[in-house]
Design a protein around this ligand. Sequence first.
Ligand SMILES: [Fe+2]
Ligand SMILES: [Fe+2]
Ligand SMILES: [Fe+2]
Length: 414
Amino acid sequence: MKLNLFYFFLPMIEALDIEERALTGAGGGHGERVAYLAYLMAKPLHFPKAELMDFVELALLHDCGAVENLRNLRDAQVQGREYTETLSDGRVIQGANIHAILGERLVRQLPFHGNVKDVLLMHHECADGSGPLGLREDAINFKSQLIFLPDRMDIWYDLPHLKQEDFLPMMETMASRAGHEFSQRVVDLMKRTIHWEDLRRMQEEGPKSLLKQYLPNDETEYSREQIHALTGFFEYIVDNKSSFTKDHSEGIAEKAETMGNFYQWNPEKTERFLLAAALHDYGKLTVETDILEKPGKLAPAEFEEIKSHVKWTYAFLNEIPGFEDIRDWAAYHHEKLDGSGYCFGLKGDALCFESRLLACIDIYQALTEKRPYKDGFSHQKAIAIMQEMADNGKLDGRIIHDLDRVFGPDGSHA
Ligand SMILES: [Fe+2]
Ligand SMILES: [Fe+2]
Ligand SMILES: [Fe+2]
């Protein structure tokens, strides 16, 4: 199917910012601002269109390793140990710096147009060798440098509220870091490309809307294998939010594809449904992990926050042009046919077949998967519970019958 990856990644960055804030203290919109400034700096370098798109997407995603980094740090803290990663050359990396290694691993699988190796891995390296990997100026990928400078600018300064009189002093301070954090080459490029006018526009119009204006709006055809790489990326990020629901989106996406094949949908429709399945809990990135993992009963406000994840899923997918069907299939997965579901309170005919199907797959997956506090139910037990819900007018009985056929002991996917 055809996609513009830039639009596809854009909403995720908003969600990731929430994690990054917890890890690095960056303000909301950090990923978008870094992408916008990195784009300005790359413009005079005249990258071919595909390379430019890859670069801006990488700049947007530069901290995509933060969710996993944060979760591992949190888990290590609870277990009273240190969290480190060892590189192939034996070097040990600690703390928040690990997000660059994790981000590199994550984006390697994505269907970029060209070679993106090392860009994220090196995005915190300093020209004087004081960065996490200890690389010096010439050894640092130049695209990583083009991301690191705007990243520092945004971390060190409150760019959304920077005043005009503070612009030149900021640029002077940034330039004075040549030979320390930054190379002279990247500082020279910054001086040529970043002007007060650009920051003023960013403050007024927002980096997201400017990037949409400046970047080509082309779609690329992606194969099923590439769609799997994309869904795998999202599943990984969403499922890593909490160890409680690890593999949840992945299990749902697998079952969604199986059901698409069972209904003999055309490949494009199955791919769209697969995307909806992989992205259904997208909005959970906005929910506090402590709430997602709270043992025992949730306070009403906490339950409301958990329920709100589908509103966020809707809002995120609503930003992607041409995703209206995927948005509805994904965001209505907690609705019930009798209107008792959340958060939209839809009922009956307002819920199309695909939304009903995804709701059933979500419940089936949740019932059968293992969680830290429970074993998964057997297929028979899960189907029995769901059948009762269908008898009470909440789920579509025909779909439960089909799930039983496909995933039951006699089914082809048992
Ligand atoms: Fe970073
Ligand atoms: Fe960053
Ligand atoms: Fe959900």
